[in-house]
Design a binder for this molecule. Structure first.
Ligand SMILES: Cc1cc2nc3c(=O)[nH]c(=O)nc-3n(C[C@H](O)[C@H](O)[C@H](O)COP(=O)(O)OP(=O)(O)OC[C@H]3O[C@@H](n4cnc5c(N)ncnc54)[C@H](O)[C@@H]3O)c2cc1C
Length: 448
């Protein structure tokens, strides 16, 4: 490849869940786009692998997400039509927990406030209707028929194919090593070439803070493990007989799926063993301890899925301190935008995050309300996107309190940003209760 290549309207760093959708959205608008991915496309080294991801409209995390989800569904349906592939499987979703838990109460409140069809069931009723489940009888569950799952690897492929058909250039196995602002644009350095662009979009998932030092401590990778177990009664764990679930039980919050993609009932525990650190510090090979913890959960709540382990896989969350997303323009460099849209619940939004990032890259503004995701909620300067809210803040309207969070560290404009292989003062893998995530929340809590 030549040492010096072309000029693009936009370069997208990271062609995973968010980046693939962004490349497509930009190409659809007639922009010249370069998407750069360090691994294969798709791959199983980041956050968007494992055959299935939950999508649901009942959203206990915050009502703002529901508006975005409605658009996300539309955009998923659009890419399905374009690719001719079944990517969005609406098989129903369950959000269950004790009656006064934030998972159940928050889900219920979100569907009532947003006028979404739903059913409320006791654990007893749930177990009877879907006999693969054996949740505590007094647990409360919300069933929402439009919930279900997406197929993340196939979605990445569908978006990349569609983007390329519209003229986008996508490079796999090319690693971005650094970047610098150049006038109103940017220059990007990779292990193969140097590129210029008017705008730069970061969708580098668990590696985001490597290239964006202002996200240090705000986009923190966390090791997760998923298991697929062979059901003893496979007919109870099929997409037609088993809705996806989120459930809060004594052992923690778990999520799961029917058999799809590999011959096993899949589930995982949010924040698994709470191991945070840099991506290459995690043990990629699941251990016996990972497996045993997960199998113990199945033995208690899904006893008919107790057959042999079929697959175990490691995957990474990238957590913000408050478990919401971070999607914004750089406060001093509006030609740079970024999304850390994970915290364990981002995939379902990838289609609409693509639209948001395309808006930010192309127009420095956005058609959706993304104030919940502003970088400045952690302190520091506001991006141009949010500065018009300052007036409201100065007038003392509700929600205008100053943040007590530490300011995000922003290097000076004009500085070259080189890929950092270690986080500052990186002590290796740590358990998240020792870290500041817990100063904000132990886990997502609904706002109501
Ligand atoms: C186990 C697990 C279960 C989950 N379950 C759900 C769920 O059910 N529902 C849901 O909505 N969400 C879920 N999530 C969250 C969701 O999967 C993530 O929010 C989403 O995958 C994040 O996508 P991303 O594009 O940010 O990251 P990725 O898809 O990992 O993409 C980032 C890309 O950037 C590339 N990259 C990084 N650095 C460089 C560089 N220097 N040069 C070039 N390329 C680079 C990486 O290789 C990678 O391909 C889950 C996550 C995990 C880990």
């Amino acid at each position: 490849m030549s040492a010096y290549s072309r000029h693009y309207n936009t370069i997208v760093i990271g062609v995973g869940g968010m980046g693939s959708a962004t490349c497509y959205e930009l190409a659809r608008r007639g922009q010249s786009v370069l998407g750069i991915e360090q691994f294969d496309i798709p791959h199983d080294m980041g956050s968007s692998h494992g055959y299935t991801r939950i999508i649901r409209l009942a959203y206990y995390e915050h009502p703002s997400y529901v508006m975005l989800l409605r658009r996300a569904y539309e955009l998923w349906e659009e890419i399905e039509r374009r690719s001719g592939e079944h990517l969005l499987h609406k098989i129903g979703s369950i959000d269950a927990g004790p009656a006064d838990s934030w998972v159940f109460k928050g889900s219920l409140r979100s569907v009532i406030e947003m006028g979404i069809d739903h059913e409320v069931l006791t654990g007893l009723e749930l177990n009877k209707r879907w006999p693969g489940y054996r949740l505590p009888q007094d647990i409360m569950a919300l069933y929402q028929k439009d919930g279900g799952f997406l197929t993340p690897e196939r979605c990445v492929v569908a978006y990349v194919n569609a983007a390329m058909a519209l003229g986008a250039e996508i490079h796999g196995r090319e690693q971005v090593l650094g970047w610098e602002p150049r006038g109103d644009g940017v220059r990007v350095f990779t292990d193969r070439a140097t590129y210029d662009a008017d705008s730069l979009v970061f969708t580098a998932g668990s590696w985001n803070s490597r290239l964006m030092p202002w996200l240090h401590g705000l986009a923190v990778p966390e090791r997760q493990v998923l298991i697929w177990m062979q059901p003893e009664r496979p007919e109870l764990f099929q997409p037609a007989s088993f809705p996806v679930f989120n459930c809060l039980v004594d052992e923690g919050r778990f999520y799961g799926f029917p058999v799809y993609g590999v011959p096993g009932f899949k589930f995982g525990k949010y924040h698994h063993f709470e191991e945070s650190g840099a991506p290459e510090q995690f043990s990629r090979e699941p251990t016996r301890a990972d497996e045993e913890m997960l199998r113990d959960f199945a033995a208690r709540y899904f006893p008919q899925a107790g057959g042999p382990t079929m697959t175990l896989k490691m995957c990474m969350f990238t957590n913000a301190p408050d478990s919401h997303f971070i999607v914004d323009l750089h406060p001093q460099l509006p030609q740079v935008s970024f999304a850390s849209a994970c915290s364990g619940h981002g995939y379902k939004f990838a289609s609409v995050i693509g639209e948001i990032l395309a808006d930010l890259a192309q127009r420095r503004t956005c058609r959706h309300d993304i104030s919940l995701f502003a970088l400045s909620r952690f302190g520091g300067a506001m991006s141009v996107l949010h500065r018009d809210k300052v007036e409201l803040i100065q007038r003392g309207l509700p929600g205008a309190e100053a943040s007590h969070a530490p300011a995000a560290q922003l290097p000076a404009p004009g500085q070259m940003y080189q890929r950092q292989d270690r986080q500052h003062n990186d002590p290796g893998v740590w358990h998240s209760q020792d870290r500041h995530r817990d100063r904000y929340s132990q886990d997502i809590r609904p706002f109501w």
